[in-house]
Design a protein around this ligand. Structure first.
Ligand code: ADP
Ligand code: MG
Length: 342
């Protein structure tokens, strides 16, 4: 067969090819393998294990010019366990693999693990192992998380229902804006190292980029109100891509409304200053690590009545089209972005 470039296949295409090669089970304990935010494995009569894995590579996912190692340690953990919460479960353990060069001192690595420890304490998880090796291509961080979920609470990407209300936690686009500010400051610094950065106006977005939270609090709230969403995913690649994952896997379409997207005033102001469209930042920016989920109308009303930090942005449709209705009333097709790794 003719060979193809990875660029032409793309990240999601490649994952599909791998998934198809491993579609039969060698072990009965496997419930769900490749394709959701975490794998699902039998555990006991009432619950499943959840397993997720993520990699952060220097130059692709972070830049040590402005990502302090302590924050990077924290972010490596929270961005990974976000995939466990998006299955409606809780993370319990993590392992961390590091590819390191001689460029790093012991102090630097200790800083990284300070951030890891802060996240472990905040989210009640234990670091239980990993691997350490040398790397010639910069710092490589790979984190795996193990969690659990009650069988009747497991929430997948592929089970959204027609007319479900699509909800998102927190706000969108802020992390991407933070990254753009840090990039701007980096280029100012490279041309004029004497200039002092004035970042206080942007602290909201920079904090979200450097130290994103995982939305364990929302999973606790859902449990408190006995609400099990019909579908859920965490937003890592951007609202558009992650919504398309829910839609394709559930065999449904979506209709969302630009005017409903939760974008903070400060995100809009900074986007305008940077000549960026705030809606595009929310749709395609990525790294929000908010939860995107769907519920029926009754459950949605219950969440709203109890002031839970969520916003409804649209609903699932049977026509399989993924559309955004703009503020002017135009219907625009959503496009999957994903990260351009290759
Ligand atoms: P997320 O953004 O939630 O981390 P990804 O898009 O990275 O999700 O991955 C989607 C699915 O594909 C997950 O089930 C993940 O475990 C799986 N996956 C990603 N890369 C690989 C790989 N190289 N081999 C096997 N499975 C993979
Ligand atoms: Mg995910």
């Amino acid at each position: 067969m003719k060979d193809k470039s990875l660029e032409s296949i793309g990240e999601f295409g490649l994952i599909d090819i791998i998934k198809k090669k491993f579609n039969s089970k060698n072990n009965d304990s496997l419930i769900i393998g490749i394709g959701d935010d975490a794998a699902v494995i039998s555990k006991s009569k009432d619950d499943y294990f959840l397993i997720s894995s993520d990699m952060l590579v220097e130059g692709i996912h972070f830049d040590l010019t402005y990502h302090p190692l302590k924050h990077l340690g924290y972010k490596s953990v929270t961005t990974n366990i976000s995939d466990i919460y998006s299955m409606n479960g809780f993370a319990n353990q993590i392992t961390i693999n590091l590819g390191l060069s001689n460029r790093f001192s012991l102090n630097a690595i200790e800083e990284f693990y300070k951030g890891v420890k802060i996240a472990c304490e905040e989210y009640n998880i234990d670091l239980v192992g990993g691997d350490t090796t040398s790397s010639k291509t910069g710092l490589i961080i790979s984190v795996s998380a193990i969690g659990n979920v009650l069988k009747n609470k497991l929430t997948l990407r592929k089970t959204a229902k027609k007319n479900d209300i699509i909800c998102v936690s927190g706000d969108l686009g802020r992390s991407y804006i933070g990254l753009q500010i840090l990039e701007r400051e980096k280029s100012v610094f490279l041309t004029n190292p004497e200039m002092q950065p004035e970042l206080s106006n942007y602290s909201d977005s920079i904090e979200k980029q450097l130290k994103p939270k995982a939305r364990k609090d929302l999973i606790e709230k859902l449990s408190e109100f006995n609400i099990i969403p019909n579908s859920m995913i965490d937003i890592s690649d951007g609202l558009a891509s992650d919504l398309i994952h829910l839609s394709v896997q559930s065999n449904l379409g979506v209709k969302i409304y630009e005017e409903k997207l939760p974008i903070l005033k400060s995100t809009i102001l900074t986007a305008n200053e940077l000549n960026l469209n705030p809606t595009t930042c929310a749709l395609n920016g990525g790294e929000d690590y908010e939860l995107l989920f769907s519920v029926n109308e009754k459950d949605y009303n219950m969440l709203k009545d109890n002031d839970i930090d969520i916003t409804s942005i649209g609903y699932f449709t049977s026509n399989k089209k993924c559309n955004l209705v703009s503020k002017e009333g135009a219907t625009i097709g959503l496009k999957a972005q994903g990260w351009k790794h290759f």
